[in-house]
Design a protein around this ligand. Sequence first.
Ligand SMILES: Nc1ncnc2c1ncn2[C@@H]1O[C@H](COP(=O)(O)OP(=O)(O)OP(=O)(O)O)[C@@H](O)[C@H]1O
Ligand SMILES: [Mg+2]
Length: 237
Amino acid sequence: MPSFLPNRGPGRLIVVEGIDGSGKSTQLALMSQWLRLRGYAVAFSEWNSSPLVRETTRRGKKKEMFTPTSFSLIHATDFADRMERYILPLLKAGAVVCADRYAYTAFARDVVRGVDRGWVRNLYRFAPKPDLAFYFKVPLEVALGRILGGRNALKYYEAGMDLDLSRNIEESFRIFQGRILTEYESMIEEMGFQVIDATKSIESQQKEMRRIVLREFGRTRPPGVLGVELNATRLHA
Ligand SMILES: Nc1ncnc2c1ncn2[C@@H]1O[C@H](COP(=O)(O)OP(=O)(O)OP(=O)(O)O)[C@@H](O)[C@H]1O
Ligand SMILES: [Mg+2]
């Protein structure tokens, strides 16, 4: 099965993965702040955020006209665009790129939508392998409680309504997320995820992540051009 390319650096790539409501964005925001304070040049990239596909995605979603394959291709296009224009140049310049979801999201979601496992992995084979991939492991009910408690309206595709799992949107969301969770679990070993117990407090998860980053990256910054001198002066002042 095709795999990722090595990250040739000198920057580092950190990604967060897990089902909706597992706490990824919360933890990544805290992690980015901390890395900045440690003198790293930090950049951030979010799943499905490229301007290139925004209009197509919006129109396709509105009319509920995506098939699993076209949905998968749209996400891969978004990813490729962000990779070329943003992530790779920043890695080459020595930044730490923090990605809120990565190709693993496609591996989990698209497969649940019925796309062939090998096919979707092949789509992303141009991507660099993350230096650290955190997986936020959480029981379905905990994540659902956070999500459903925090906002009122679930959206059609995020609830997997295109799969005809249930006519009830909340029930569909539950079944869809449950299947995605199973896919994530089956990737833990294969993908070398750093598993974080996402039922714990925000503080204790963050502490664990920082411990892992220090262990993996060491206490020195990667050699790079972005902001290093400026930050070095600040750090040693
Ligand atoms: N450890 C935690 N304990 C309790 N609540 C939490 C914890 N972590 C995050 N939350 C809350 O749960 C909700 C979802 O968190 P967050 O947005 O970080 O999840 P996410 O994984 O990024 O979700 P999505 O995939 O939908 O973007 C937020 O309201 C957040 O404040
Ligand atoms: Mg999020």
